[in-house]
Ligand binder design. Structure first.
Ligand SMILES: *[C@@H]1O[C@H](CO)[C@@H](O)[C@H](O)[C@H]1NC(C)=O
Ligand SMILES: *[C@@H]1O[C@H](CO)[C@@H](O)[C@H](O)[C@H]1NC(C)=O
Ligand SMILES: *[C@@H]1O[C@H](CO)[C@@H](O)[C@H](O)[C@H]1NC(C)=O
Length: 393
């Protein structure tokens, strides 16, 4: 979602801190098999994936943007698990979007800001930027806290990139319609940062609640615009259970037991995420009614991730590791703002696969894998995503 630093919470001094087209061999094998056996549409449901969002799905845009001189996401232990080097992903390894690409037999999406001349872009591009908001930067400047934004590459900026970029994907109206009709559009997760920035600028829960309608509108506006551009199959994810994240648990620590649910998560912030998700769902219903020819799929990140806390063992996590970040600088949740993951004084756990949370804010590859699986294999996409030719292990 975002990377934040609050160097001194009590004085409210806050600062924002801070590819690859690699196809795994089994995928390329699978690919040639399918081609050889005269592939049908159902074998490879999508020609391309286009992704918009924030750090939950950024595969390198923020790092390429050069917004920070020495971003920690540009070095190990970020990327240690799968890629074995930092790629600009805010995790130890692959993200949900990477697992979705694998499942549909497509390459990992190259980040838009890192594209080079002649690169094959016809299987999709990623426009997501870590730290991005659903609302434009102006909204936050008007309210006096624009300076804490990590990036101005909001959802509408990403959408403008796509509109310009579309010209290099297809030319005639007919061409474009056909190509985009066979593409999958992932609109988010986005919106989490809008609330995070507001919360860290000192907004109380009522002020956060009041921004939900406009954040949701920004998301549905972008979805509408993509439909107008020719998108026919879109996935719009909701927010994660942020009340279970080491960052929130550390920032808003409380001695009052009634603030926590039976899994140790903060009730108020989980309720807030659910409130956003409920509004988003209502807005998506309206959008579906207006566009009966389009498939708008709600991806229930909240439900898919909340399972980790109910049954950690089922996912290879444990009760002890669940509310702790794998990589951090100590404290009850292993989130220490003076020693965030990648900074001096922090260290990564030896086995990230038994942790759901990577750096206090973002999830581990292990958690993203389970979420992606839950979205594709069900039952956390409404209506369901198309079945994939490759199973997520
Ligand atoms: C959504 O689109 C409508 C119509 O173009 C516009 O009036 C409104 O300001 C937009 N909302 C946001 C949050 O961008
Ligand atoms: C704990 O929170 C509950 C609900 O907000 C409140 O009724 C109660 O007084 C609080 N207890 C303490 C010890 O602050
Ligand atoms: C947080 O990190 C700072 C800097 O490394 C360190 O001095 C402090 O002891 C750490 N706090 C905890 C709770 O581990």
């Amino acid at each position: 979602m975002f990377l934040l630093s609050y160097s001194n919470l009590s004085s409210s001094t806050m600062k924002i801190l801070a590819v690859l087209l690699m196809t795994m061999s089994f995928i390329s094998l699978g690919f040639s098999e399918k081609v050889a056996s005269n592939s049908s549409d159902s074998d490879h449901p999508y020609e391309a994936i286009f992704n918009f969002g924030d750090s939950l799905s950024d595969t390198g845009n923020f790092l390429s943007s050069g917004a920070l001189a020495f971003p920690v996401i540009g070095k190990l232990p970020y990327g240690e698990t799968f890629f074995r080097h930092a790629t600009g992903r805010c995790s130890d390894g692959r993200l949900i979007v990477d697992f979705i690409a694998e499942a549909y037999g497509l390459p990992y999406l190259p980040p838009y800001l890192k594209l080079t001349k002649g690169q094959d872009v016809h299987k999709g591009v990623n426009f997501a930027v870590a730290g991005a908001t659903a609302l434009d930067a102006g909204f936050f400047y008007q309210r006096g806290f624009g300076k804490i934004l990590w990036t101005h590459d909001s959802l509408s900026v990403q959408l403008d990139w796509f509109k310009k970029f579309k010209r290099s994907l297809c030319t005639t109206r007919q061409d474009c319609d056909k190509y985009l009709k066979n593409s999958l559009f992932l609109v988010g997760e986005i919106g989490g940062n809008d609330y995070n920035y507001a919360a860290f600028a000192g907004g109380n829960i009522n002020q956060l609640l009041a921004t939900v309608p406009v954040v949701v509108e920004a998301i549905t506006n972008a979805t509408s615009e993509l439909i107008a551009e020719g998108a026919v199959e879109l996935v719009v994810p909701g927010n994660l259970p942020v009340g279970c994240s080491p960052l929130y648990l550390t920032l808003f620590q409380s001695q009052n037991k009634t603030d926590f649910d039976e899994n140790g998560c903060m009730k108020s912030f989980n309720a807030f995420a659910q409130f956003h998700n409920k509004h988003l769902n209502l807005a998506l219903d309206t959008l579906r009614n207006k566009n009966p020819h389009v498939r708008i799929i709600y991806a229930d990140y909240y439900g898919a991730a909340k399972r980790f806390f109910h049954k950690p063992g089922h996912f290879g996590f444990s009760g002890e590791t669940l509310l702790r970040a794998c990589c951090g600088g100590g404290g009850p949740f292993n989130f220490n703002n003076s020693a965030r993951c990648g900074h001096i004084g922090s260290k990564a756990c030896t086995n990230p696969s038994i942790y759901a949370n990577w750096d206090g804010i973002h999830l581990t590859e292990a958690a993203y894998r389970h979420i992606a699986k839950a979205l594709i294999e069900g039952p956390f996409s409404h209506p369901p995503l198309r079945s994939s030719p490759f199973k997520i292990p």
